[in-house]
Design a protein around this ligand. Structure first.
Ligand code: DGJ
Length: 570
């Protein structure tokens, strides 16, 4: 009893000291309609990048890479923690690489997210230590339908879970021991791209037995309670079976590959939930899992079946309630996938996206359109650290914009823009305005717009500060403002760069102007945004740079932040 009281007092005292420093653990918090990541007591956007798989496996590499990441303008790096290097011999642990990564993170003014490469990495168990792999009797493998054992540990095995969880808990304990005060580690990813390959589910003896048993009541209750918001595919499968409340997996969801996938997702989610509980009990910071997308018409098992995929969101939410975010890895497709992961119950975090020159524009889009928590190109160490690189320019501006963006998240005052040659235009309505946003190359005045060059992606954010006051930021965009009731039919002629009609034919008809008022563009200032959210003047843009007051634009080679005031005239 005495011991217990001393422990309580110590805990109370340390949380008092902690609170005194105004320093809570990184955590997620609701703000309006969105979830924000809070770091050092402030909403934070991860302007990140994930290291290539083998780039944190040597202290020298870590020392070489991290300063470059700082030069690139990242504020966060995602770094694997490798089970095979952490526990090369069963029961003895080596955290030297983790330690080195945390030190380098601090030295380079970054934050870090660790990726637990434990039992599964891209479906496979390649990061399990050799002692684990060799002892396949104790640590059984998933089997295909044909009975072939795979290099995939079975999620149905208690021994697999015990070994994985023991090493993971050591990692969390280590992080807690060196990072409770500083909060350098802001999130942890559990496993990497979990999913069953070759077949949609594991056919090991234990898996087969459970497949024929009843679907757990907790899942049925969840489906029932959330019937109105279930993913359409989930709802349809259950509906086809008459919304049954009792039965085995095939009775509840029908006999097909997608039921096998649901069963398997439940197994993975329950497994991950146990690791998440371990993490929370050791060091309570946000936790997420990432998913390989189910693209190009492949069936479960042809793609990694049962990961935290959009159509399995209900299974994962119910099975792993201690996981905060289900996160998409994006290598194919962008706009459609991000929309599928920004849900009322799932904030958007992109832990991996293919490293490319489009990343700068993509980052603007996800923060503006989907209130994203973070954006991280993969194998970031291979990106350019030149000041002119799109990502470096984009992150520099987004870093400035962070106080403004986090203040506006969840308030429905922002839109993200993303344009390419196929998707050139978007119209946004705000107050009494029709705001037409287009790709910069829809102005045909830059020869690259028409000479067959690839159109670089345009991306931006339109943020409404007040009626008639906007921030327009990004790259490769043109924005025009009109009153919604303006009579568009009148004088709708194409204008050249000089403002003359592009074609000179005199085909004017008698027209009567009958709209109530027009919207004019007042000052357009390129600005910087200070840490406290106030603006710094860089330059006034007028004349040719606004097409003599007709539009606001940012060229494809630049990223900038513009402060725009509008006015009304009749
Ligand atoms: C997605 C995985 O999550 C990464 O670890 C990496 O393997 C990339 N695919 C592709 O290289």
């Amino acid at each position: 009893m005495k011991k217990y009281i001393i422990l309580l007092l110590t805990l109370a005292f340390s949380s008092f000291i902690f609170a005194q420093k105004g320093n809570t653990f990184p955590h997620l918090a609701k703000s309006g309609t969105v979830t924000q990541l809070i770091v050092n007591d402030k909403p934070f956007l991860i302007l990140g990048g994930e290291l290539g798989n083998s780039s944190a496996a040597s202290g020298e590499d870590i020392e070489r890479i991290f300063p470059k990441l700082q030069r690139m303008g990242l504020n966060t790096v995602l770094v694997p923690a490798y089970w095979d290097l952490i526990e090369p011999t069963e029961g003895s642990y080596d955290f030297s690489l983790v330690d080195k990564a945390i030190k380098q993170t601090r030295e380079n003014d970054l934050k870090i997210v660790f990726l637990w490469f434990g039992a599964w990495k891209n479906s496979m168990s390649c990061y399990a230590p050799l002692w684990f792999k060799k002892d396949y009797k104790k640590y059984p493998r998933a089997n295909t339908k044909a009975g072939k054992p795979l290099e995939i540990a079975s999620s149905f095995s208690e021994n697999v879970y015990q070994a994985d969880n023991r090493a993971f808990s050591q990692l969390m304990k280590y992080i807690a021991s060196i990072d409770k005060e500083e909060g350098t580690v802001i999130m942890v990813q559990i496993e990497n791209e979990i999913g069953m390959l070759e077949d949609a589910r594991d056919y090991s003896a234990e898996a087969n037995k459970l497949f024929n048993e009843s679907v757990p009541e907790v899942l049925i209750n969840y489906l029932n309670k959330n019937k109105n918001t279930l993913h359409p595919q989930m709802l349809e499968k259950w509906e086809k079976q008459g919304f049954k409340k009792k039965g085995n997996w095939q009775e509840i969801f029908g006999a097909d590959l997608y039921t096998d996938e649901i069963f398997m997702a439940w197994s993975y989610a329950r497994y991950v939930e146990k690791l998440a509980q371990t993490a929370r009990s050791m060091h309570n910071i946000p936790l997420y899992v990432n998913a390989a997308m189910n693209s190009r018409n492949r069936k479960p098992g042809e793609y990694p079946s049962a990961g935290p995929l959009a159509h399995l969101v209900d299974i994962w939410h119910c099975g792993a309630p201690n996981i905060d975010i289900l996160a998409p890895d994006l290598y194919d497709g962008f706009v459609d996938w991000v929309a599928k992961y920004k849900l009322h119950n799932n904030p958007l975090f992109i832990p991996e996206i293919k490293l490319s020159d489009s990343n700068g524009a993509q980052a603007f889009y996800v923060f503006g359109e989907h209130d994203a928590i973070g954006f991280c190109p993969f194998s970031i160490e291979n990106g350019s650290d030149s000041e002119r690189s799109p990502l470096v320019q984009s992150y520099a501006k987004l870093r400035e914009l962070m106080p403004l963006l986090t203040e506006h998240q969840g308030k429905n005052t922002m839109n993200g823009l993303y344009f390419d040659k196929e998707n050139q235009k978007r119209i946004i309505y705000r107050d009494d305005l029709r705001i037409t946003c287009r790709h910069f190359f829809t102005l045909p005045w830059d020869s690259r717009a028409t000479d067959g060059s690839k159109w670089p992606e345009g991306g931006g954010i339109i943020l409404r500060l007040a009626k008639d006051e906007y921030i327009i930021a990004g790259s490769g965009i043109v924005v025009e403002f009109e009153k919604t009731d303006e009579n568009k039919a009148i004088d709708a002629k194409e204008l050249g760069e000089d403002g003359f009609a592009s074609t000179g034919k005199n085909d004017r008809k008698e027209q009567i102007w009958n709209s109530s008022s027009r919207c004019g563009i007042g000052p357009v200032d390129e600005i910087s945004v200070n840490k406290d959210g106030t603006f710094g003047y860089i330059r006034r843009l007028n004349g040719d740079q606004t097409h003599q007051g007709r539009h606001v634009r940012i060229g494809v080679d630049d990223f900038s932040i513009l402060h725009v005031k509008l006015y009304e005239y009749k």
